[in-house]
Design a protein around this ligand. Structure first.
Ligand SMILES: [Zn+2]
Length: 313
């Protein structure tokens, strides 16, 4: 039996999985992400023998955070891995001796949700991941929509009302107002103005960061719940514009902050509903949480490699 392998290189880790043809994870492999683009092919190739266990490679796909030219398999630039214009596909193919597919991590994550997760059956799906930023991808007519290669960088669309400086250098990017950084900023302001409040107590021994604030909200802290709702409303305000542009039938929300569920999804639906164009005649698309969790990117990379290989044969 040949092995289907998917790899996801994100902000901190390299996660590789072996999946069956239905996308179920049979085995996983984790290591720190490579720091430099020149080490990516080797880091991925190191995962292969353990996952293959002697079987030949049937399909191998890789998703990487950043700008990826899918046609040429080039890692152009990314915020987490040094190096530009790395010929990742060619380097990896020469090491493993098998065809390789390389794509952006948000694209392969959305692809997995479309094929086997929360986007099943959708004809126009948008996936948005909320974490330290806002990632995005589009699956239209069952195919990933890439534009000239780099479509879907929704986090840096200026869809918010605020004017905070983004790490990309611009001001007012959606992700500075409606994702992890906004949540942390709001929490710090609240703790400063209300040092004896419930959130200050809940975070006394933890850093004021997204995961701790989310955990406090899930545990029922009213101030944390209100902050999550505030961020969800800011996100929904921008999402209404995205819906106006693309008219999707389904929005899948994933990512670390996105995985909190209804505490976030409810405020998103409310503010998107209030802000959308021609609301009385234009029903809101379904807005749902992602289903596949942290393995989604690696699973999607493997599934995409299988379909591309089948299309070539
Ligand atoms: Zn930006």
């Amino acid at each position: 039996m040949s092995a289907i392998i998917g790899v996801d290189i994100g902000g901190t880790k390299l996660l590789a999985v072996r999946i069956d043809s239905a996308g179920s994870v049979a085995q996983e492999y984790r290591t720190d992400k490579p720091d430099d683009g020149s080490m990516m092919a080797t880091a991925i190739a190191n995962a292969v023998p353990e996952l293959c266990g002697g079987d030949p490679i049937g399909a191998l796909g890789v998703g990487v955070a950043g700008l990826v030219d899918h046609k040429t398999g080039t890692f152009v630039w990314g915020p987490h891995v040094d190096g530009v214009n790395v010929s990742l596909r060619d380097e990896l193919e020469s090491v493993v001796g098998s065809r390789v597919t390389v794509d952006n991590d948000a694209n392969v994550t959305a692809f997995a949700e479309h094929r086997i997760g929360a986007g099943r059956g959708s004809s126009a799906m948008l996936m948005l991941t909320l974490g330290t930023g806002i990632g995005g991808a589009m699956v239209f007519g069952g195919e990933i929509y890439r534009g000239r290669g780099f479509a879907g960088e929704f986090g840096h669309a200026r869809l918010a009302r605020g004017d905070h400086q983004c790490e990309c250098g611009q001001r007012g990017c959606w992700e500075t107002e409606a994702a992890g950084p906004a949540l942390e900023r709001l929490a710090r302001e609240l703790i400063e103005s209300d040092p004896h409040g419930s959130l200050a107590g809940a975070l006394e021994t933890r850093p004021v960061a997204g995961p701790a604030i989310s955990a406090a909200a899930v545990a029922g802290d009213p101030q944390a719940i209100a902050l999550i709702a505030q961020v969800g409303e800011a996100f929904g305000h921008g999402l209404a514009s995205v819906i106006t542009m693309f008219d999707p039938d389904r929005i899948v929300i994933g990512g670390g902050l996105g995985s909190i569920g209804e505490l976030l999804l409810d405020p998103i639906r409310r503010s998107t509903g209030a802000a959308r164009y021609a609301g009385a005649h234009n029903p809101l698309p379904t807005i749902v949480g992602a289903e596949l969790g942290e393995h989604a990117g690696a699973i999607g990379a493997g599934l995409l490699a299988v379909e591309e290989r089948a299309a070539d044969e």
